[in-house]
Design a binder for this molecule. Structure first.
Ligand code: C2E
Ligand code: MG
Ligand code: MG
Length: 734
């Protein structure tokens, strides 16, 4: 029989069993649901990982209470349990760039305050390689505490280092394009504008919307024919690039020269190519280059070639002449008395004269010959294709003739100016430009010495005379001992009485070695060497001796004029010499006149004024020779103790041709008379000149009209004959 107690035990046992079973079932069930949950979680995590992997983003989680951050490994690896690996909490300062951290915090603050719907920030963080990486982070609140305060913000971040790099480069490139001085344009495969920069608009005048879609031929200029532009585009298409210079035309029609560089930009496969063209306006630069080249080769006053270009052209002319077996002539031309004109009329007028002379010269020789200006009033003409030496003379003569007509320097003013020309010829006188120029220059000086307004062809005798200056100077030393010097005498006619009242003694040197040497050559040499003191003394004594003889022959009133060098005036005791010679020869001081050239007097004005006084004290007369060639004013003459003015031959020459010279001459006569001076006109050659001078009350004349300088005896008979017969037979009879 089952008793009551047993039943109770059984019941309890069954209950316990049932409980155990229930517990086991429950545990199993819980395990199952937990596993399902984990699976689910893992699945979600897997998807999140996939999503993050696909977008290249990372996960982060920021704990505001701890002020610490967790983030997934940048490489996206997961932890063993499959959850994103969020390493230890890190401080913000450990991972965010110190420069960016304040900004990050500020953005977070704004988000939390509700100012932005989401936390967003671009900043630098340390990556696994310990390098700063730019990221773009986005996040939201994920947890709050019981009071609703935010505890965590989580989100994703994306590495944008590359993007930022590309973006930065794009920004720089576009800033460069915008700010470039060069016009840049992108063209499509058909050379239609795709885009242009602001410099393009500045350069061409076209706004971008006016050109985009239109062909680049919009800028083609008529300076090139269309085939040229087609050719250029063809090169760019075939070779992928073109660089060169071309004319283009602006919107307003103005043309400009531009340097252009075109290169192809290969687009993705299958896409048509684009071209980038860079244009720079080089019009100004070209103009400046041309100007520089011009300045280097041309004289800016007259626009004639300068010395540099002349040498170049002369060299080429010589090469051609050698090949073609003909001649080249160099004409070296100097304007007579230009310095005086320049000084008296001023430099502006001087410049106009030079310009006008340049035009006259070029017109005379023609455009096919080179006319150059070397300096000041010196011009050079290069004549090519000459057969004979005489051809050069002919053109020189034409130039002198062309200058007979006055130069017009402005509406009111005309100026007469003559050239002196020296000529040298290739191959006769020299082989190289420098040599020919030097010889033409030498010949020009001879032309000056020969009385100006003339030309002289260089010849070897001249060269010898130049090269043997030293020899001549040497010969000059022995000149007195050898008796190679003598004097000739040129009579002076007093116009009022029509009588010859005086003569001028002029030196002549006939050298055994060198023949007759003109005073214009040996007097400067004698002055240079100081020999002029000795020679001058000899001439003075000789002249006084002649005068004494002539006086004994009945010419009791005749006066003698002797030229005096400045050296005699300044050095030594020339007044004593004069006094002694006068005493020795018995000539009264009043019968002697000493002539000093004007330029010499003026160059040493103060010194000479004092010295001259010593001569006046002796009682000899003093004349200013070649008056008008120097720079003295008549007023200044008042202060010099002079008695006579000799108007230079140049003025007398021009009396009938140049109204200015006629005016100057009559003014000089009037003013000289008002100063109590005697006026002598030099170089009177024609009856017309004589008539003019007589009309203006000139006191005396000297010149070929009356007589050239004569040998002693010839002169004596001339004077005797004249004064007895009261003048020249025929036209010259006063
Ligand atoms: P100057 O004293 O002015 O002499 C006048 C010059 O003009 C002389 O040249 C004379 O021959 C020339 N002449 C005179 N009338 C005419 C004319 O109608 N037509 C032309 N074409 N020429 C004329 P020359 O004799 O050759 O003398 C040249 C210069 O040499 C002189 O110029 C003078 O400055 C200087 N000279 C001459 N003898 C002496 C001297 O003894 N001592 C010094 N220191 N110089 C002298
Ligand atoms: Mg004289
Ligand atoms: Mg003279």
């Amino acid at each position: 029989m089952i008793d009551h107690a047993d039943l109770l035990v059984l019941g309890i046992t069954l209950l316990v069993l049932a409980l155990v079973v229930a517990l086991a079932v429950l545990t199993t069930l819980r395990r199952r649901s937990e596993r399902a949950y984990v699976d689910q979680l893992r699945d979600r995590e897997e998807r999140l990982k996939l999503a993050l992997w696909a977008t290249g983003e990372h996960y982060w989680d920021y704990d505001l209470v701890a002020d610490k951050l967790r983030r997934s490994q940048p490489d996206g690896t997961a932890s063993d349990d499959g959850l994103p690996q969020l390493p230890q909490l890190v401080e913000l300062v450990q991972v965010i760039h110190p420069d960016d951290l304040p900004l990050v915090r500020e953005r977070l603050r704004k988000y939390l305050e509700g100012a932005t719907p989401m936390f967003r920030s671009e900043h630098r963080v340390l990556d696994v390689r310990d390098e700063w990486t730019w990221i773009r982070a986005r996040g939201r609140v994920v947890a709050r505490d019981a009071d609703g305060r935010v505890r965590r913000v989580a989100g994703t971040s994306l590495n944008i280092t590359n993007d930022r790099h590309v973006e930065r480069e794009r920004r720089i490139a576009s800033a460069v394009l915008r700010n470039m001085n060069e016009a840049v344009t992108v063209l499509d495969g058909d050379f239609r504008f795709v885009s242009v920069n602001p410099a393009f608009t500045r350069m061409t005048g076209y706004e971008d919307e006016q050109v985009i879609g239109r062909g680049a031929d919009l800028l083609d200029s008529p300076q090139h024919d269309p085939a040229f532009y087609r050719h250029v585009r063809d090169i760019a298409t075939r070779q992928g690039r073109f660089s060169g210079e071309m004319w283009q035309r602006r919107k307003d029609g103005e043309e400009f020269l531009c340097a252009i560089e075109t290169s192809v930009v290969q687009e993705a496969e299958g896409e048509p190519p684009l071209y980038v063209a860079v244009l720079s306006d080089i019009t100004q630069q070209k103009r400046a280059e041309q100007e520089l080249r011009y300045l280097a080769n041309f004289d800016t006053l007259t626009n004639l070639p300068n010395r540099t270009l002349l040498s170049e052209r002369l060299s080429r002319a010589i090469v051609r002449a050698r090949r073609e077996n003909n001649r080249v002539a160099v004409l070296f031309l100097d304007l007579d008395r230009f310095k005086d004109i320049n000084d008296s009329l001023g430099h502006a007028a001087g410049d106009r004269i030079l310009r006008s002379a340049a035009v006259r010269l070029q017109q005379t020789v023609g455009q096919h010959h080179t006319v150059a200006r070397l300096s000041g009033d010196e011009f050079t003409v290069v004549l090519e294709n000459l057969d004979t030496l005489a051809d050069a003379d002919k053109i020189a003569r034409e130039i002198i003739m062309a200058f007979e007509a006055p130069l017009i320097i402005d509406e009111r003013q005309e100026i007469s100016i003559s050239p002196s020309i020296g000529i040298s010829v290739y191959p006769d006188h020299g082989q190289v430009p420098t040599e020919l120029l030097k010889q033409a220059d030498t010949a020009m000086y001879q032309a000056k010495a020969a009385g100006r307004r003339t030309f002289v062809r260089y010849d070897d005798v001249m060269d010898v005379s130049i090269r043997q200056r030293a020899t001549i100077a040497g010969a000059l030393r022995k000149v007195i001992d050898r008796g190679e010097l003598h004097l000739v005498y040129q009579p002076r006619l007093a116009l009022e009485s029509s009588r010859i009242t005086g003569v001028e003694a002029l030196l002549r040197w006939t050298s055994v070695e060198h023949g007759v040497i003109p005073p214009s050559v040996f007097i400067p040499l004698a002055e240079e060497s100081g020999l002029i003191l000795e020679i001058g003394e000899w001439a003075l004594r000789e002249a006084c001796l002649t005068l004494r003889r002539w006086r004994q022959h009945g010419l009791a009133d005749l006066n003698m004029a002797v030229n005096m060098s400045v050296l005699q005036l300044l050095r030594g005791n020339f007044p004593d010499v004069v006094r002694r010679i006068l005493a020795d020869t018995g000539i009264p001081p009043g019968a002697l006149e000493l002539e000093l050239t004007e330029s010499v007097l003026m160059a040493n004005a103060v010194q000479t004024a004092n010295k001259l006084q010593a001569f006046r004290a002796i009682g000899v007369s003093l004349a200013i020779d070649d008056f008008g060639t120097g720079y003295s004013s008549l007023a200044y003459l008042k202060r010099l103790p002079i008695t006579t003015i000799k108007i230079d031959k140049e003025f007398i020459d021009d009396l009938s041709r140049d109204p200015d010279d006629a005016a100057i001459t009559s003014t000089v006569i009037t003013m000289a008379h008002s100063l109590g001076l005697n006026v002598v006109a030099e170089g009177v050659e024609t009856q017309a000149q004589l008539d003019f001078l007589r009309n203006k009350d000139c006191d005396e004349i000297q010149g070929f009209w009356l007589s050239p300088p004569l040998e002693t005896h010839a002169c004596l008979s001339f004077i005797q004959h004249w004064n007895q017969g009261q003048g020249r037979t025929g036209a010259g009879t006063p």
